[in-house]
Design a protein around this ligand. Structure first.
Ligand code: PGA
Ligand code: ZN
Length: 428
């Protein structure tokens, strides 16, 4: 039978976890198979990432996506109609030809990623395989190690604390199932500690507790206490992972710590974070310096890159060229991989391969605005990304991803587990 071709593409408005509209694309093939996918949305976005095409104005906070839906119907669908769906690279090349700008400035990364992922799902359906099975050889499939948020801050929690994500990594877990159980124990312990110590402000955008603290360090101490209260050895069994998201409070070499009412320079940031690495069992630190602070990022990586994973998110925005530049300069040793930062699956894969080719780690990541779409789980498994980041262990748009990984581990067996002992701990 001939390879199925793209027959139609429909885009519709659906809703994300922040009550904002987003775009779902549904692709139908000539053999009757179909696939769909939903674009996620970030709140602490890198300035070099693909744009989110939004309508602006006052309705729905300016977040409506009628323009993005029109871009799919009027420009993308006619260009992709008739293409072979199992040739993802040709489909993505056609999308790139329609908008060759690195930021998908005219089509919007939300339109292109929804279509690119929906085509992949349709092709998988046509082949009768799970999506991850189409992305790499069976020998490569791996269930990734999660980093999971316990406390949320920064742009996701009214900037109550400066640090955006305080996460845990269950280093000693023997499966993703066990990693989630260990994380749930820490999450529940953190909830008890927070409730006992005073006003609990609910949960932040990614499901972690929304903390009321007097300093960033108090948040770190609380997380450490929660790990201990849950009965785990900090560092050895459960380590801390941080996303500083420093671009949210720093630029031009100056960093304004809102909570502590002080401003420090790049060296001050490196010294403060270095102190945390000495005092807390930290295995990973993301965007420790701002996206415009290449010098600071290099100095930080030189100083601490052997003791801790240094992750670039806003700094690298899932771009192979920026990853190559950073590797040449000695900045970062791990890339966060977010498909909607670059706008097509093929370019997302190129960024991941660029990182892996340099011996870097990779963390496939969700966004703070999410839905029931769990495509990133397939990407992490099929592309053999050793790690994944999805937010907290509460709220359906997060648990849909964790639960998908549990099912995948059941199918693939314990030999496919990425494990966590290989991650160094900063104060070990
Ligand atoms: P986002 O941030 O709000 O841009 O999705 C998540 C992150 O910084 O990892
Ligand atoms: Zn980040």
């Amino acid at each position: 039978m001939a390879d199925p071709r793209i027959e139609s593409i429909v885009a519709r408005r659906v809703w994300d976890s922040r009550a904002r509209p987003t775009l779902e694309a549904e692709v139908r093939l000539s053999d009757g198979s179909s696939g769909r996918a939903i674009a996620p949305a970030g709140a602490s976005r890198g300035s070099r990432e693909a744009i989110d095409l939004r309508d602006g104005g006052t309705r729905l906070g300016g977040f409506d996506v009628q323009g993005a839906i029109a871009a799919v119907h009027d420009r993308i669908a006619p260009a992709l109609k008739g293409l072979t769906a199992i040739d993802q690279s040709a489909v993505d090349q056609a999308l790139i030809a329609l908008d060759p700008s690195p930021t998908k400035a005219s089509l919007g990364g939300n339109s292109t990623i929804a279509v690119s992922m929906a085509v992949a799902h349709a092709a998988a359906a046509a082949c009768g395989e799970p999506l991850y099975a189409r992305l790499g050889p069976a020998s490569a499939w791996q269930v990734p190690l999660p980093e999971i948020q316990i406390l949320g801050g920064g742009a996701h929690a009214g900037r109550r604390i400066d640090i955006q994500d305080l996460m845990v990594v269950a280093r000693s877990a023997d499966s993703v199932e066990q990693a989630l159980e260990m994380t749930a124990e820490v999450y529940l312990a953190a909830g008890r500690i927070m409730a006992a110590r005073g006003p609990l402000c609910g949960v932040a955008d990614e499901g972690g507790f929304w903390p009321a603290f007097d300093s960033n360090e108090e948040a770190l101490q609380t997380l450490l206490k929660a790990i201990e209260a849950a009965g785990y050895v900090p560092g050895d069994e459960v380590a801390i992972s941080l996303d500083i998201a420093a671009s949210e409070f720093g630029s031009g070499g100056r960093y304004r710590l809102g909570l502590e009412r002080r401003e420090i320079d790049s060296d001050g940031m490196i010294e403060m974070l270095g102190g945390w690495l000495d005092r807390f069992p930290i295995c990973s630190i993301e965007d420790p310096l701002a996206e415009d602070d290449a010098q600071g990022m290099r100095r930080f990586t030189q100083a601490f890159g052997s003791r801790v994973q240094v992750v670039g998110d806003d700094f690298l925005v899932t771009r192979a060229d920026l990853i190559e530049q950073a590797a040449a300069a000695g900045s970062c040793n791990t890339a966060l991989i977010k498909p909607n930062q670059i706008g097509t699956l093929t370019q997302t894969h190129q960024a991941l391969l660029a990182a892996q080719a340099r011996g870097w780690g990779t963390i496939v990541s969700a966004r703070s605005g999410e839905t029931e779409d769990s495509t990133i789980c397939d990407l992490a498994i099929g592309w053999r990304s050793r790690q994944i980041k999805v937010g907290s262990i509460a709220r359906g748009e997060r648990t849909v991803k964790w639960n998908a990984l549990i099912r995948a581990q059941e199918r693939l067996g314990s030999a496919a587990w990425a494990g966590g002992r290989w991650l160094p701990v900063s104060n070990a």
